[in-house]
Design a binder for this molecule. Structure first.
Ligand code: SAM
Length: 209
């Protein structure tokens, strides 16, 4: 696997595409949490140090109604997330150091109202992307918002991913790309799951990094 400790250092540069993505993701997270009335369940897959959701939660005064589960395999990053949550007094945050590619990771944490799938789809094969999207309804409560990202060359605008999401029952709410003239650029989307409830089937391998 890549050195994901080093990878996180790109967040130190506010002009990086990663920092651009973080700002967009946090804006989506804020507005989604504002829209949910009452209890909310949040799930982040391959969460890294969890800064996207944890920084947003740390700004809020209603976190007692929000249950958050982060799945992150790297023990140092997972521990950073736990430490940040503890120092910000976020009591309802759980970090599981397990393989997010296996559906057993999600037992007891789904269906979620907000699923954060950021930094996942661009790191796995197309077959795994398709399988992950087909399985995503098992993670989502009907009406849930799912945030996803996948860098693009700019010419494909992630059309296949967006089509697979539509086929799995997701309605696109937003899609945007980092405004950069050349090369690969960050892109992300927001979609609402409008399909029926789907029970989680544990023990299935849906992707491998
Ligand atoms: C591209 S980073 C994205 C991190 C975070 N979502 C973000 O956007 O800042 C991918 C993350 O997935 C983690 N990861 C890789 N394979 C994983 C697996 N099988 N299960 C859980 N986490 C995994 C890596 O350690 C890394 O932190």
């Amino acid at each position: 696997m890549r050195d994901y400790l080093k990878w996180h250092e790109a967040y130190d540069d506010p002009a990086s595409d990663l920092s651009w993505r973080l700002r967009q993701v946090q804006a989506y997270i804020r507005s989604t949490l504002d829209q949910i009335q009452g209890k909310a369940t949040v799930l982040s897959l391959c969460a890294g140090d969890g800064r996207d959701v944890l920084q947003v939660l740390a700004e809020r005064h209603d976190t007692s109604r929000i249950q958050t589960t982060l799945i992150e395999l790297h023990p140092v990053l997972a521990e950073r997330a736990r430490k940040f949550a503890a120092s910000s007094r976020l009591l309802n945050v759980t970090v599981r150091t397990v393989d997010a590619g296996n559906t057993t990771a999600y037992v007891g944490a789904v269906p979620a109202d907000l699923v954060i799938m950021i930094g996942v789809l661009g790191n796995i094969s197309d077959d795994d992307v398709r399988r992950t999207i087909r399985t995503a309804p098992q993670l989502c409560r009907p009406g849930a918002i799912m945030l996803w990202s996948r860098a693009t060359s700019g010419s494909d605008a992630n059309s296949s991913v967006r089509g697979w999401l539509a086929g799995a029952g997701f309605v696109e709410l937003d899609y945007r790309e980092f405004d950069q003239a050349e090369g690969e650029r960050a892109a992300l989307g927001s979609a609402r799951y409008d399909g029926p409830p789907q029970p989680l089937i544990p023990g299935r391998q849906i992707f491998t990094f």
